[in-house]
Design a protein around this ligand. Structure first.
Ligand code: UDX
Length: 481
């Protein structure tokens, strides 16, 4: 049905131009790129997705798009970095920006030469992390537009990165953590987008290359809307001086993250939710990359367990006391040194049976839209954040790295639709925050604000709304290139 609607809209608005898209091969980047592809397809463009042979999207879910695979071309040692959990994301991005250059160039030459006169290639849209693509596009005189999949502020904060480094903020030390960053209120030093890497120089180089390749590009697309990040979007236009478009949240245009999911989504998540009371369930998930330690898993488990036996094994208190049912996603290999949840003591599953459900991967979009879902304990990746906001679900913020730290501060202090756990992954603190969000007056007010923000975002997407208008401007811009 959805494909039919998309196809109908595409045929009606057919532009006779093709757009090539190149996502970064990670879930949090593939989802928004394919959502953007759907938006452009529905506005009449034909779509080709270029992807690496690692983490390839399932092309059969997109019968209207053309897919073109390129080799990621890593050595065995580099490829090992791709094993989950990813060791050093920055090292990996540094390598792949080199190894993909030749195969990508070959792919562009082929796709451009094979494109028909009736449907020439209008432009290339790549993830901002693929900075090497600007030089390749320039060499073939193909306009390149950039998609940045984080929130705006977390990217702007990278501009003075060397300065923050000199001030001793990277990596953050306890003595500096609470220092305010006057240029980016309300961020504190501990909210700056830290990413662990062996070699800080790689991080500086990556950021610098992304920034300059955006400045040389034909435009910048953000998966956000003016109602969420108005002043940051103005700063972005001043910094990059190329046309900026914010037409998010993308997924609200055509909800369909299940199609681009790299892992199988467990349908029992929904059948289990069907048997829970309205707004009673705390949904817990930390996205596709973040990891937790075994000790943290046990702290969470303890909080999840309301019954006696397990509390004797892993501790004394917990969500035990807050009486909240929970749906908990534990991604395979997301617990350090474990394959899954084997570290949980015997008896945990019986203890929580009926009141809790653990899955490896959930249909998150459907979970957040489900009437039984009453709150989301999240790592604050931008996709999860936008999906939650779009359903008016308020959040507990437990960021892990990078832009998630900034998103978390925005959720708690700017949009005020969640409570920040402030990195206290400890049962007493978790229990306090879960209760505050799910049952106390504070949570009720936060939920009200989340509901109001949801309505605002819906207006953004309607004719006359800022995201709707930016969508039109993007179409016009691509046609003018
Ligand atoms: C990464 C970064 O961590 C994030 O900060 C950045 O903004 C994008 O890249 P990730 O950590 O995976 O992304 O988080 P997020 O942005 O939330 O994306 C996860 C996606 O996986 C979401 O679209 C979510 O719906 C989906 N998901 C998650 C599932 O389909 N099932 C799940 O069980 C969990």
């Amino acid at each position: 049905m959805e494909n039919l609607n998309l196809r109908e809209s595409h045929m009606k608005l057919k532009k006779g131009r093709r757009v090539l898209l190149f996502p970064l091969p990670f879930q949090g980047h593939i989802n928004p790129m394919l959502q953007l592809a759907n938006i452009l397809y529905s506005r009449g463009f034909s779509i080709t997705v270029i992807h690496t042979d690692f983490n390839s999207p399932n092309s059969t879910n997109y019968p209207d798009f053309t897919f073109h695979s390129i080799r990621i071309g890593l050595s065995e040692e580099q490829a090992n970095q791709l094993a989950w959990p990813i060791g050093d994301v920055i090292a990996l991005l540094t390598s792949t920006n080199i190894t993909c250059a030749a195969p990508f160039h070959g792919a562009l030459v082929k796709l451009i030469s094979e494109s028909s006169e009736e449907e020439p290639v209008a432009c290339l849209i790549t993830d901002a992390d693929w900075h090497f693509t600007q030089a390749v596009a320039d060499s073939l005189h193909l306009p390149r537009i950039v998609l940045r999949t984080t929130n705006v502020c977390s990217f702007l904060v990278y501009e003075p990165l060397p300065l923050f480094h000199q001030k001793g903020y990277f990596p953050i030390k306890d003595s500096k953590a609470e220092e305010e960053i006057p240029e980016f209120p309300p961020l504190k030093a501990k909210d700056l987008p830290q990413v662990k890497t062996q070699n800080q120089e790689d991080l500086f180089y990556l950021v610098d290359s992304m920034m300059s390749s955006i400045k040389a590009s034909s435009g910048l697309i953000w998966n956000t809307c003016r109602d969420l990040e108005h002043s940051d979007l103005i700063k972005s236009s001043e910094l990059f001086k190329v046309p900026n478009f914010s037409l998010g949240p993308f997924y609200k245009h055509f909800p369909c993250t299940s199609k681009s999911s790299l892992l199988a989504q467990d349908p029992t998540s929904i059948s289990w939710l069907n048997n829970q009371a309205p707004r009673s369930v705390l949904y817990v998930s930390f996205g596709s990359v973040a990891t937790i330690t075994e000790a943290e898993l046990l702290e969470i488990a303890c909080v999840m367990n309301q019954l006696v036996p397990i509390t004797r094994v892993v501790g004394r208190r917990g969500l035990a006391n807050s009486q909240q049912p929970f749906l908990w996603v534990v991604r395979p290999n997301s617990v350090e040194n474990s394959e899954w949840i084997e570290v949980l003591p015997d008896g945990f599953h019986q203890a929580v049976a009926g009141k809790g459900h653990i899955v490896r991967w959930a249909p998150q979009e459907e979970v957040l839209a489900h009437p039984s879902t009453g709150g989301f304990w999240t790592h604050c990746g931008l996709n999860s954040t936008l999906e939650s906001m779009s359903q008016g679900v308020h959040m507990i913020c437990a960021p892990s790295f990078g832009d998630q730290l900034v998103n978390a501060r925005y959720i708690s202090d700017v949009w005020r639709i969640g409570i920040h756990l402030e990195w206290k992954m400890e049962r007493g603190e978790i229990e306090k925050v879960v209760k505050a969000l799910m049952v106390e007056e504070e949570g009720r007010k936060i939920r009200e604000r989340a509901g109001a923000l949801k309505e605002k975002m819906e207006l953004c997407l309607k004719p006359g709304g800022s995201s709707y208008e930016d969508g039109q401007s993007l179409v016009d811009h691509i046609l003018s290139l």
